[in-house]
Design a protein around this ligand. Sequence first.
Ligand code: ATP
Length: 929
Amino acid sequence: MNHATTHASGASEAANASSQDWHAWAPDTVLETLRSRREGLAPAEAARRLTEAGPNELPAPPRVHPMLRLLDQFNNALILFLLAAAAMAALLDHWIDAAVIVGVVLVNAIVGFVQEGRAEQALDALRGMLAPNARVLRDGRRETVPVADLVPGDVVLLEAGDRVPADLRLLRARGLLVDEAILTGESVTSSKQEDAVATSAALGDRSSMAYSGTLVAAGQGSAVVVATGRHTEIGHISRLLGEVRSLATPLLRQINGFGRWFTLFSAVLAALLFLFVVFVRDHHWVDALMVVVAIAVSIVPEGLPAVITITLAIGVQRMAGRQAIVRRLPAVETLGATTVICSDKTGTLTRNEMTARRVVTDTACVMVNGAGYEPVGTLDLPEGCATLPLNARSLIETALLCNDAHLLQAPEGGWRVDGDPMEGALVALAMKAGLQPATQRAVHPRADEIPFDAQHRFMATLHDRAEGGADLLVKGAPERLLAMSRAQLDAQGTEQALDEAHWQQAIAEAAAAGERVLGFARRRLNPVPARLAFSDADELVFLGVVGFIDPPRTEAMAAVADCRSAGIAVKMITGDHAATAAAIARQLDLAVQPVVVTGQELDAASASDLRTLALNAHVFARTNPEHKLRVVRALQSEGHVVAMTGDGVNDAPSLKQANVGIAMGHKGTDAAREAAQIVLADDNFASIVAAVSEGRTVYDNIRKVIAWTLPTNGGEVLAIIAALAFGLTLPMTPTQILWINMILTITLGLVLAFEPAEPGVMQRRPRSPDAALLSPFMVWRVVLVSLLFTAGAFGIFGWATVRGFGVELARTMVVNTLCVMEIFYLFNVRYLHMRSFTWRGARGTPAVLWAVVGVVLAQMAFTYTPWMQAVFDTRAVPLLDGLVILAIGVLSMVVLEVEKALLRRWQVFPELNPTARDTGPTTLKGTAQ
Ligand code: ATP
């Protein structure tokens, strides 16, 4: 019976409640106290402890109460100014004006509140998608469980790049280095081991412990959970891990700053106007105040930051739908400006579904049949051989033992790998050759190991032999292993001199076919070292190589083509062999003749050569994480905006350096995910390109929101100022201005955030990262449209006067004209880069159509219902005049479309010509595509 289940009651409570000196106890004593075993808890016991101890989480920071969030909406200079004006109006018995102002304020606050809530929800959902996992042993089986499900007594497996998921007592450590800066402030990594340390050891000296939230920088290990959740050391100091994400992006800050400047400007303008109206035009100061308040309200785009936040949040949601999870909001903007994507090969451009295809030994090449991980298939024995040659057999045994992967039969059928896909393929190979993994691993237990690491590119394991001595088994990059070998094994199992030329040719042949090549070697060690050292992996006997196929992802090919048309260069950065990488690059159509640069060549290059190499190469092969960093910097120094993928612990610096760091959701380490701005849920290159397209759309939509909002405000203000300046009758009353602003903010102003991508969004060149938000074209547009609106307002006012209408009806017509022009202008703005007069353009999105219906209904009520007529002093507009208003709207649309066509024809503004870079920096140098 399971020891852990019988006596476990209270073990997790005991662990979490006590402040045991776990670090000073021997591992087995710790296990016994926690009623656990080296094979881990039984699943049922883990579930029981979870209900007892609760989830392994730190308490979430208290949420701001919704009421407070709503009140926060009023914490804004403009809103306070409006409220003061409302109070003043009420004191002076202008009840209707006071009520309308309060209405505007409330609507604004509610819209802001709802939008912020939606943006928060979008980010919360992402947080859920990024919930971390931990690898545990449960009854001896490796399992991946959510970190929140860990309980005291669980046995956790650690490897480089992992964020330590709970407070752990180490049971076994191999080259384990942990970065504990988060806890101790110490930036040097501390080396860990399983031996007990003195009871008095300070936190930073407890080398037998790994604390929740610290980061495994190198090595491997296993450990037992001693404390979870708020009982951990990090829980005691109750500092929440992970950065606190804010909604503020550089763009949003820029707009907020712009908003503040605008508020100040409008306050000064309003004060001057007030003085002018009172002293020059002799109006009563109360009336003048109302006009000034109305102007201030209409001039300030108070809804803009909220609309932009929601545009970003919608972009984030759309990206999540396309498998790109945004961790830091600014990435949404930067993605749209990306000029180079540097991508890993394995798993991102290829499927990372490895199958061993050939085994090459000194004289034979054994082809392997079968597909995927299913261990079914045969080995084509060399001619004249009844059984596998001895060296091939020895190679396959090495492949199985120097290996951490397990093949599992999936419940839904088929086989899957627990561990590294290439190692999984080796287990399948061994099974095809008739070896039983469980038996082999039991007969030849592992005594020690040097884990794989992208820096030294090999892995070694040590296995004791019954007759004395031990076998050192090594697998890794073949050139690396050849350099470490002194001999090779022949078919009869005798050592021969190393034939480098033969192996180089075998590697070249397999690599040219796009195969990933791995070398194998072994060595007898006698005496047996207590601990494996790098120096032991020398003087090896080379056994041969295995070639794996890892087909390119079909969707990656289409995505590479998309990048080409979007003016984005794609570069492959891989740890793999140059010839393999070049073959895959050709299959992906990265280039007809891919230019390949190796890590060695990068090392030898001078700073200026490095820049040329970085620009011209399509493939960087046999690179290590440092090379990635150098390539990113070189490309950035040439003005490029670089998106870079990475998955290893050592990739963190280059992910941080890149303009957009992208980590892999599946094969990435916690370290890479935390350094990245974006995590790909499916590890797929095509998802990066989809995210770029979404990024471009978000930026377009933000510009559309601005391009639509500013002239709306500008038109109203110009009309009022002109009327005041020339002593004309005001074309609208202050309450009517407030009405227009309110109704448009909650309808049309919002819909642009939901706009889908314009067709051809990926046929444009990337936008320049430092191009101003308000491009010259947009400034021109704001001025032109403001003037058009003013002309429309005065035009219809004049028409009404000619028709002999009273001023009330004339004003009603002006308000309606402005709203109709806004609607038509909205359709125009939806396509900044192309004609809007298309069926697709006219049909709009459901959001656009609902908004239009909303505005039309509101205007109908405003014009025709008696109580609104009483509040706003409006009159029913006759049908004929209604048609004239509509005609003005159509006319304004025609004018703007003709303008867009002419500007495009004359190429006045580069951004209107889709093939030209928006407003690119002139220094940007081209890169190989
Ligand atoms: P990419 O950088 O595109 O993901 P990669 O997976 O080939 O490519 P690395 O993981 O850095 O890059 O591996 C570099 C080389 O190290 C591989 O080409 C292979 O020769 C060797 N290698 C990879 N994994 C192992 C392993 N588990 N054991 C031994 N050697 C390995």
